[in-house]
Design a protein around this ligand. Structure first.
Ligand SMILES: *[C@@H]1O[C@H](CO)[C@@H](O)[C@H](O)[C@H]1NC(C)=O
Length: 549
């Protein structure tokens, strides 16, 4: 495929040395087969072909002499070695090779120029196989990002003519000419969202203008950089959990969790209680800043509060950060940790011994700080006391009433043991003693030890002297038992001797006011009345028989 095109220029110059100079220009594409004919130099120079051998027709020098040879038999210039235009020449300049051909007798020197024409023997190529372009998400459409161009050592039309970008929804390709180079740019058409797609893979193809065209591919990876455009999101809006009171410290109650679609610090979440969490709750619960674990750090007491509402805030570490809130409801479950309480209302702690059965002595109210069945209390009383509990109009309030009549002279004081037991598991109870005094009623009359009494009196007793003591006792208390004595007088009676007697009303000492004479009266009798100081008073009589001896 030697080109038939050729130019033939003759410059016949006569010099003083009679040197004949001529210049012929041929043209051949590069990369033709070894042996391919460039042209017939002898013929084109008008030389007699039959003389060439004797005139030693040959190439004597040239930039690359060995690329070509002339056949001395017929004067044909042919390719001797593979011709690579890109190796011989600068990429853009016309590639010309000068040959000096001589014939002797007479000496002739001819200059032959062979133009090596470019063939599309190179494909475009990119320096790297892959290019990573980093673009911040939400960048406005229209932004441009330069891509590496492809190189093609071929010249002219055989070099890179155009670029093509693989089909995609986010980018267009724009080519800008700088000098002789075409620079490809990615132009953003549609905003990127890292949370939708973190990487976009594109293919840039550089195509030269050869026939057929040759091309090269460059893989482009667009890495979408995150901006903090997503809030953390809790897995629930409201978390609910039940916690037994007295749960050991350090127990993890619940874990709150979020997802944040952003990347790196923009997606790293920290937890904290919201500002409206009470100081009481802060003393009981803590939250792990990084893990979101909520722990018990204090004594949880159902009786103090049975529910806590904590607001938790999650914040990512973006600049500025984005936050979200959730609520954690902690319901405290009651445990039977309180013993019942007994409250006694009693006016005096006393009950009169003549109180009728059913008389209210005290009001007993029992209570329990625990809730539910736990909080229910059963109250009981020690046996063998003359009292009983009667339920009242209201639950957990009892009246303590007398069960039978009392007798202070038999038992003056009771210690009543009250026991309140709750219905928890295990049950807890509380004991309380109620001290009850039985108050006295004047229900006992004074009593003389013996009745009647007989006494002997010597005659001629000294008037005004003591003759006897009477004494009565009373089982009652205090004034009900304070006895006073008096003589029962029978005024005007014939046998009434009491006018001659006197009695100390306090101590029962009887004195005779006159001296008695046995010869005139041998015996007489009188009655002493013992009266207590109760209201009303009770009294008794004793008959005294006097016998003077
Ligand atoms: C470039 O990539 C396309 C599509 O993957 C492929 O068809 C073509 O052969 C590749 N060209 C080269 C030169 O690798």
């Amino acid at each position: 495929m030697t080109s038939r095109w050729r130019t033939l220029l003759f410059f016949l110059l006569l010099s003083r040395t009679e040197l004949i100079l001529a210049q012929i220009k041929y043209s051949t594409p590069e990369e033709v087969k070894v042996g391919a004919v460039i042209g017939n130099v002898a013929k084109d120079l008008g030389l007699d072909v039959s003389t060439l051998t004797t005139r030693r027709f040959r190439i004597v020098s040239g930039a690359d002499g060995a690329l070509f040879e002339v056949n001395p038999n017929n004067g044909v210039l042919f390719v001797h070695r593979r011709i690579d235009r890109e190796q011989l020449c600068d990429r853009n300049a016309a590639c010309l090779t000068d040959l000096k051909i001589v014939a002797e007798d007479p000496l002739e020197v001819h200059y032959v120029t062979v133009e090596i024409k470019d063939a599309n023997d190179h494909a475009p190529s990119f320096a790297d196989k892959e290019k990573v372009v980093e673009i911040v998400e939400l960048t406005s459409p229209g932004a441009r990002f330069q891509l590496p161009g492809a190189r093609d050592p071929d010249a002219g039309i055989n070099s890179v003519q155009r670029y093509k970008l693989s089909q995609n929804e986010h980018f267009n390709l724009e080519i800008r000419d700088r000098d002789e180079d075409k620079i490809p740019f990615l132009v953003l058409q549609k905003q990127l969202d890292r949370e939708q797609k973190t990487h976009h893979s594109l293919m840039l193809t550089a195509i030269d203008g050869g026939a057929p065209p040759r091309s090269a591919n460059l893989s482009i990876t667009v890495r979408v950089l995150d901006i903090n455009d997503n809030r953390p999101v809790f897995s629930k809006e409201v978390y609910s959990v039940t916690l037994r009171e007295n749960t050991p410290i350090n127990t993890i109650i619940i874990k709150v969790q979020t997802t944040d679609l952003d990347e790196g610090p923009n997606g790293e979440v920290e937890y904290a209680f919201g500002g409206d969490v009470t100081t009481d709750a802060l003393k009981l619960f803590s939250i792990d800043r990084l893990k979101g674990d909520i722990r018990v750090i204090g004594l949880v007491d159902y009786e103090v509060a049975n529910v806590y509402k904590l607001d938790v805030q999650a914040s990512d570490k973006g600049i500025p950060p984005m936050t979200t809130d959730c609520r954690v409801i902690i319901k405290i479950e009651d445990v039977n940790d309180n013993e019942p309480e007994i409250d006694i209302t009693s006016l005096s702690g006393k009950v009169s011994e003549d109180a009728k059965p059913g008389t209210v002595v005290a009001l007993i109210s029992v209570s329990d700080r625990d809730s539910g069945l736990n909080g229910k209390v059963v109250c009981s009383l020690s046996k063998n006391v003359p009292f009983e509990l009667k339920p009242s109009f209201k639950e957990n309030i009892y009246s303590l009433v007398t069960k039978e009549t009392l007798d202070r002279e038999a038992v003056s004081h009771y210690d009543v043991l009250l026991k309140a037991t709750d219905c928890g598991e295990p049950p807890l109870s509380k004991l309380k003693t109620l001290s009850i005094q039985v108050s006295d009623v004047n229900d006992n009359t004074p009593e003389f030890l013996h009745s009647p009494l007989q006494l002997y009196l010597l005659e001629n007793n000294a008037p005004g002297g003591s003759i006897f003591f009477v004494s009565a006792s009373d089982k009652d208390l205090n004034e009900n038992a304070v006895v006073s004595y008096s003589l029962l007088r029978d005024e005007g009676g014939q046998k009434d001797m009491t006018s001659f007697l006197n009695i100390n009303n306090e101590n029962g000492q009887i004195t005779a006011l006159k001296s008695f004479d046995f010869e005139r009266i041998k015996t007489f009798q009188f009655q002493v009345v013992a009266t207590d100081s109760g209201a009303p008073s009770l009294s008794t009589n004793v008959l005294l028989l006097e016998d003077k001896t």
